[in-house]
Design a protein around this ligand. Structure first.
Ligand SMILES: Cc1cn([C@H]2C[C@H](O)[C@@H](COP(=O)(O)OP(=O)(O)OP(=O)(O)O)O2)c(=O)[nH]c1=O
Length: 212
């Protein structure tokens, strides 16, 4: 694959790295701290919230590349944010085991949405003239629908005890032991894991060197 851009993934998530690697994309990881706070308006519109968080993550990474790393060249910076939504309410990562138990109890036997917002920032930072920086971005949100089996308290307590839920939106990982909690998935499976990588690569074919 002939890539005309340097590609940076602004993510600490090992799942996102694996998914992008699987598509054959050559990239580096450049994470930067962001505040994941959502406004009331963003909470009312989960797709917008996911895009907005992805945009913040990518922008922070762009700023770090330019201001801390002194990056020059043509780059695409990719970030994503995944959230679970049940009855319009956003579920992020559980704060503790009780929170994980609560989330899984609420998801039991029902269908929820998993929304991943993706933001891709394109920048050109000329080495000879830093004043001529050009920067732009495009974002999208992808939604998958996941139906949970009926879960009894014993299963939920066992699953939380494995530790798997703690760093994951909605307190489960469909790609791991959490796959056994799931009855059915409609939509993109990778999107549930954290990155709708097929759509990302298709929508940004020029960036990934898939077009002449
Ligand atoms: C629903 C679900 C979520 N997840 C994960 C994907 C994300 O890593 C995490 C949601 O948290 P995010 O805030 O989207 O991402 P992150 O903090 O892990 O990584 P970064 O911000 O650095 O990119 O939940 C799974 O791994 N499997 C699942 O089935």
């Amino acid at each position: 694959m002939a890539q005309s851009f340097d590609i940076f993934l602004a993510s600490g998530s090992p799942r996102r790295r694996e998914l992008l690697t699987r598509e054959g994309v050559d990239f580096s990881v450049r994470t930067a701290e962001v505040d994941e706070y959502l406004t009331i308006d963003e909470r009312r519109d989960p797709e917008q919230a996911a895009k907005s968080l992805a945009e913040r993550k990518a922008r922070a990474s762009v700023e770090a590349l330019l201001n801390q790393d002194g990056y020059t060249g043509m780059a695409a910076v990719i970030a994503a944010d995944t959230m679970v939504v049940l009855d319009g309410e956003i579920y992020g990562k559980p704060v503790d085991e009780d929170d994980a138990m609560r989330m899984l109890g609420e998801l039991s036997g029902r269908t929820h949405q998993v929304i991943t917002g993706v933001s891709v920032w394109l920048m050109h930072a000329p080495a000879d003239n830093p004043e001529e920086l050009s920067l732009g971005f495009r974002s999208f949100a992808e939604t998958s629908h996941v139906r949970f089996k009926d879960l009894d308290e014993g299963i939920i307590a066992w699953y939380v005890g494995t530790g798997e839920p703690m760093d994951k939106a909605g307190a489960y990982g469909i790609q791991g032991l959490g796959g056994d909690l799931v009855a059915d998935v409609r939509g993109d499976f990778d999107n549930v894991v954290g990155l709708p990588v097929k759509r990302l690569v298709a929508d940004f074919a020029d960036v990934f060197g898939l077009e002449e």
